[in-house]
Design a binder for this molecule. Structure first.
Ligand code: G3I
Length: 379
């Protein structure tokens, strides 16, 4: 059994929460009041989170705040199966600062309160990303100096507001292109206009975040780092520079959005080389998509079209978790959504889906069983 960092946001320890030997499928029906939180006593001993605790790792899920508040079955899965939660959307810039200087904390605070009541840690996602920025920012006619001030204000305000509540922050998200070049954004452009290297904003935001919340582990998070190649090599060189410059970066998040039409990545080797730099690593957004069958009316199901690929999905889920567990510095493994009913995949990749652990009726799939098996073996 590995030892991992458990920075619980609540006063309770996970051990004290596991009082009933009830597996989740046998747990009581969700409370009649959809806003009542799932009582931690219903966490079974054979859930993902209880097995993960024995294996010494946090197991997390990206949470849709509306479903958490309004859907009892969804909330039951989140609270009984996972020891870590990530806000799927409500901690992004457009959600937290919809108008300039006007912050809206309500949805994120509700998510944190639910985590606290259920003894879960929270991954903060994300302080700086080129997507889901508010219109006032993307459409504003700001000078480079104003943009830098806006960036600093947002990072300090958000990290400071949630200080003490966040175990790991995705401080910057998706800063490299697949060809290994640094992504051009309004921030890199502003820095260049100020006569600074475009990448320098990254070092600044890590420093501001650390000053605002010295206890949170600060991560750079990206997709396609799983594969050795131009992108992960560039990221690897970049984080080495950050470390050499004394930038307070603690970890690198590997999103882990896999697709059965491509080969399985050399994930373990990549996790290990970043870990060998003295960093934490984490799988932060795992899902495994595949092609799904089409209905006569042209819309798509969430049933894999090819049984062989469906079997490969299950294997890849197990493999991602095994790869994380094989690397000492990989202490957190998060899946990107609860069920196929609320995954981002079908909306982004036409004809693909079935990427998560639960089906559209919130029933566990073979990939869920595969993860439990891996955790049992690791305990
Ligand atoms: O906020 C509007 C809402 O006002 C409107 O009523 C509704 C109608 O469709 O849309 C809402 O915005 C949606 C938003 O999620 C919040 O629900 C957007 O349309 C939708 O595109 C957006 O998708 C999110 C996506 O990031 C945006 O880039 C997904 O839910 C979320 O899973 C996804 O997550 C990202 C990670 O943050 C970073 N890594 C990749 C991952 C998958 O794309």
């Amino acid at each position: 059994m590995r030892t991992s960092r458990h920075l619980l946001v609540g006063a309770l320890t996970l051990g004290s929460l596991i009082v009933a030997p009830t597996a989740v499928m046998a747990s009581p029906a969700p409370p009649a009041n959809p806003n009542a939180s799932q009582h931690p006593a219903t966490i079974g001993k054979d859930t993902l989170r209880s097995l993960a605790e024995e294996a010494g790792i946090e197991i997390g899920v990206a949470v849709n705040a509306d479903l958490l508040a309004g859907n009892g079955k969804y909330r039951n899965i989140v609270n009984t199966q996972y020891s870590s939660v990530t806000a799927e959307n409500v901690m992004k810039w457009e959600a937290l600062q919809p108008e300039r200087g006007v912050y809206d904390w309500a949805a994120a605070e509700a998510l944190i309160a639910n985590a606290e009541a259920n003894g879960q840690v929270v991954r903060g996602h994300t302080l700086v990303w080129h997507n889901q920025m508010p219109a006032w920012l993307t459409g504003g006619d700001f000078t480079a100096e104003e943009l830098r001030a806006i960036l600093e204000d947002h990072v300090r305000t958000v990290a400071g507001h949630f200080a003490g509540d966040i175990q790991q922050w995705d401080v910057v998200n998706e800063i490299f292109n697949d060809d290994g070049t640094f992504r051009e954004t309004i921030w890199s452009q502003a820095y260049e206009e100020l006569g600074l290297p475009g990448e320098q904003y990254v070092a600044d935001v890590f420093r501001w975040a650390h000053e605002a919340d010295p206890d949170a582990l600060l991560f750079y998070n990206d997709y396609n780092l799983e594969f050795t190649g131009a992108k992960s090599n560039a990221a690897y060189a970049f984080v080495q520079e950050l470390l050499a410059d004394g930038v307070p970066i603690d970890g690198v998040g590997f999103q882990g959005h896999l697709d059965t039409q491509y080969g399985y990545p050399d994930l373990r080797a990549n996790l290990q080389r970043f870990a060998d730099l003295g960093l934490e690593v984490a799988l932060t957004e795992v899902d495994v998509r595949t092609f799904v069958t089409q209905k006569p009316n042209g819309t798509y199901t969430n049933t894999p079209a090819d049984p062989a690929e469906a079997a490969q999905q299950v294997e890849w889920w197990a493999q991602t978790l095994e790869d994380c567990l094989a690397v000492e510095a990989c202490n957190s493994y998060t899946v990107w959504g609860v069920s196929d009913a609320n995954s981002w995949i079908p909306g982004w990749f036409t004809g693909q889906g079935a990427g998560l652990l639960y089906d559209t009726h919130n029933n566990p799939k073979p990939q869920y069983e595969a993860l439990r098996e891996v955790l049992r073996d690791a305990a």
